[in-house]
Design a protein around this ligand. Structure first.
Ligand code: SF4
Length: 454
């Protein structure tokens, strides 16, 4: 993956990804499996009714976000959690580092959290001398490989079991195996030691419940529960739009999230954590901190892209996207890849660096069709493309070509002349090395379509 400071090199990243046969076969196997499982899991269910209800709950929260954030803060504090508000990534990282330093902690176990990736938490903590051990198996694999996640729920989706086997043999000194059960056993042994000795755990949250002050975590591996209940200190980081009004709203998302994400009827573990451990309780952290990240969301939610923030991070739009399925997540050079990632990254980071990503879509609409909360991704992608043109962020050649086409399209005579001219020069231009778009488009027809119909 090549990372550029001022622009995402999606095209060259995609070309490299397409030449990587291991990546393509791992991506094909995983995304096809998830897509098929999802469609089996939602068949014969009142899916549209559920999607409508989920979308309405999410919209209602976004409409009243500041009230719900206040209500969550009040109720989480009432049950004993310390709630911190972070206006941006820097503040969120600083709050978490200070809590850990105040407790003299130098090693922390962590369960999967995309928001922690968004704020680059691990790099910051490691820079402060605090070792972070990822405990989700996929996250653990990419951490020891020195990579970032390439899917929002399956971080190591781009690796097959042979690659994981080689990685474990090289980094953990175990014997090579490509048997999933053996590889899982190796990771389990290493991670169990970490859980038992950890003094602090960091987690994300799938939802935060305003009325009860609870946080809700869906996991399949049990590591989330270990991180949040074994160490004496538990720190949660989540973005403000993850709030839902009450526990009565949770079943709607329990029905939709696992089905959309992995095609499961329910995840193996579903934890609802309401404050730290109370007297008489046998499990749970003794101290709990919740960091609520804004990072520009309050402003964005008040604007025309607010529906993006209905997203519950299920990953279904990634699995359905023909572009993502071919190139994987690293080509996007961003925390959030795929269709939802393009929109979210453009909104959170601004268009200057991210506008190239807007080409990473066919606008086929599959992402919008599978979204369990009806995020209108194709509409948002089109609007961002319009905005890219309005801001003059498209390549100069494209701007000139579009201006010329606009001129020709307004005059039938000019259009005919242009078509004939293009036919004449198309082949020589290709031969002279102007492959690019000329190489991908067919030569203009000798007889235009409308004449053939006449
Ligand atoms: S946009 Fe929709 S489909 Fe995509 S991750 Fe978010 S909730 Fe899932």
């Amino acid at each position: 993956m090549s990372v550029s400071t001022y622009g995402i090199s999606f095209r060259s990243n995609a070309v490299k990804a397409l030449q990587d046969s291991n990546l393509r076969s791992a991506m094909r196997n995983a995304t096809e499996t998830f897509a098929v499982k999802r469609s089996d899991a939602v068949a014969a269910l009142p899916l549209e009714e559920w999607r409508g209800r989920a979308s309405n709950i999410r919209l209602h929260v976004l409409d009243n976000l500041s009230d719900y954030v206040d209500r969550f803060e009040k109720n989480a504090s009432r049950v004993g959690a310390n709630v911190h508000r972070a206006k941006d990534s820097q503040e969120a990282r600083g709050i978490i580092a200070s809590i850990l330093k105040d407790h003299g902690i130098e090693r922390v176990v962590k369960s999967k959290s995309m928001v922690s990736e968004e704020v680059h938490l691990n790099d910051h903590l490691q820079g402060q001398g605090i070792t972070v051990v990822e405990t989700d198996l996929g996250e653990y694999i990419i951490q020891i490989a020195g990579e970032g996640p390439s899917h929002i729920i399956v971080p190591a989706i781009h690796k097959d079991r042979r690659q994981v086997g080689k990685l474990f043999a090289e980094k953990l000194g175990c014997e090579y195996s490509d048997e999933p059960a053996i590889l899982t056993g190796v990771a389990k042994k290493v991670l169990r030691e970490e859980f038992l000795s950890a003094k602090a755990g960091i987690s994300g949250a799938n939802f935060a419940v305003a009325d009860s002050g609870s946080i809700v975590i869906f996991t399949n591996e049990g590591n989330g529960r270990m991180c949040t209940t074994l160490p004496a200190l538990h720190i949660v980081i989540l973005s403000i739009e993850k709030i839902i009004p009450s526990l009565a709203d949770l079943p709607t998302f329990i029905r939709l999230l696992p089905r959309s994400a992995t095609g499961q009827i329910i995840t193996s573990y579903l934890s609802v954590i309401t404050g730290p451990r109370k007297s008489g309780e046998s499990t749970g952290a003794e101290e709990m901190h919740i960091v609520l990240l804004d990072n520009g969301r309050s402003k964005l939610i008040a604007g025309e892209y607010r529906e993006m923030f209905k997203c519950i991070r299920c990953g279904a739009c990634l699995n359905a996207c023909p572009v993502y399925r071919m190139v994987g997540g690293h080509a996007y050079e961003s925390t959030y890849p795929g269709p939802m990632g393009i929109v979210l990254t453009a909104l959170l980071e601004g268009m200057e660096r991210t506008s190239n990503l807007l080409d990473a879509t066919t606008l086929c609409g599959a992402c919008g069709d599978v979204c369990p909360v009806k995020v209108p991704l194709p509409k948002l992608l089109r609007r961002l493309r319009e905005s890219r043109v309005e801001k003059g962020l498209t390549p100069k050649l494209e701007q000139q070509a579009m201006a010329a086409f606009g001129l020709a399209a307004r005059s039938p005579a000019l259009f005919q002349f242009g078509r004939k001219l293009a036919r004449l020069f198309w082949k020589p231009a290709r031969m002279m090395g102007f492959g690019g778009i000329l190489g991908r488009l067919p030569i203009p027809a000798e007889k235009p379509f409308r004449r053939r119909m006449g």
